[in-house]
Write a protein that binds this ligand. Sequence first.
Ligand SMILES: NC(=O)c1ccc[n+]([C@@H]2O[C@H](COP(=O)([O-])OP(=O)(O)OC[C@H]3O[C@@H](n4cnc5c(N)ncnc54)[C@H](OP(=O)(O)O)[C@@H]3O)[C@@H](O)[C@H]2O)c1
Length: 257
Amino acid sequence: MKLIDIKKSNGIALITGASSGIGEAFATELAAMKHDITLVSRRQNKLEQLAKDLREKYEINVNIIIADLSTEQGIESIEEYIKNTPNLDLLINCAGFGLRGDFHNLNKDQISQIIDVHVKSSTRFCRAAIPVMRDRGYGYIINVSSLAAFFPFKGSAIYVATKIYLVYFSKAIQKEVRKYNIKIQALCPGVTNTGFHYTEAFKDFDRSTVPKHLWMQPDSVAKKSLKALKNKKVVYIPGFKNKVIGVLTQIGNLFAP
Ligand SMILES: NC(=O)c1ccc[n+]([C@@H]2O[C@H](COP(=O)([O-])OP(=O)(O)OC[C@H]3O[C@@H](n4cnc5c(N)ncnc54)[C@H](OP(=O)(O)O)[C@@H]3O)[C@@H](O)[C@H]2O)c1
């Protein structure tokens, strides 16, 4: 692969889930590199404020698109944008949320929504972006999975299943698109200080049960992920402790009943 240095390209990066947490951190990192960006999420006020701050601070072009990625209409609007953006050189599929509880008790609409946001939208955006990046001669795609993808733990069946989909999907398409100079990363963060654990799904979750030293900051996750785009490996686990957990878990899975 002969990739262009993302810091020196004059392309556009599209980031879903940019209104908060890891997606917002990606937007800020890329803006600091003077990369033009397009931000996607549902909360218009958050995106407008972020876009204004980044334009003023870094003098870059920032577009915003308000879209609910759990709807076909929302997905189609982003697909159209991707197809009509010939200088797209980085796609970050980061939008996501948690869903907890025994599978058979989960709300069926929420099951559909999480599958649509994590699996359907990421898949459709990759499908739209690959021909654009192929024609441009290079490109990067980051699919935000999770360290939880390797933990099939009870109470998180749908979340972990959608996240392991992103791991295998990313690995398989990397083999297909290497010849077009397109690099795919399946980013697998461990616990990260964002809005993720402050939603209704986590209302009974005691954050103090996770040791303090395991929590990462979203800006560190985004920085490490962007730096790791030059690596050959598809799966990227940010943070040394998370890497150790990831390796041990995958070994454990081989022997688990
Ligand atoms: N935080 C962690 O510990 C952790 C660990 C591993 C992986 N992750 C993954 O990291 C990604 C980002 O999460 P985060 O931790 O940064 O959480 P966050 O702060 O809650 O951000 C989630 C983002 O997803 C967007 N989003 C959610 N549902 C959406 C929908 N239907 N349509 C469009 N956008 C939607 C939200 O925007 P709006 O609400 O404005 O739409 C928000 O920008 C997720 O995929 C998550 O699974 C997080």
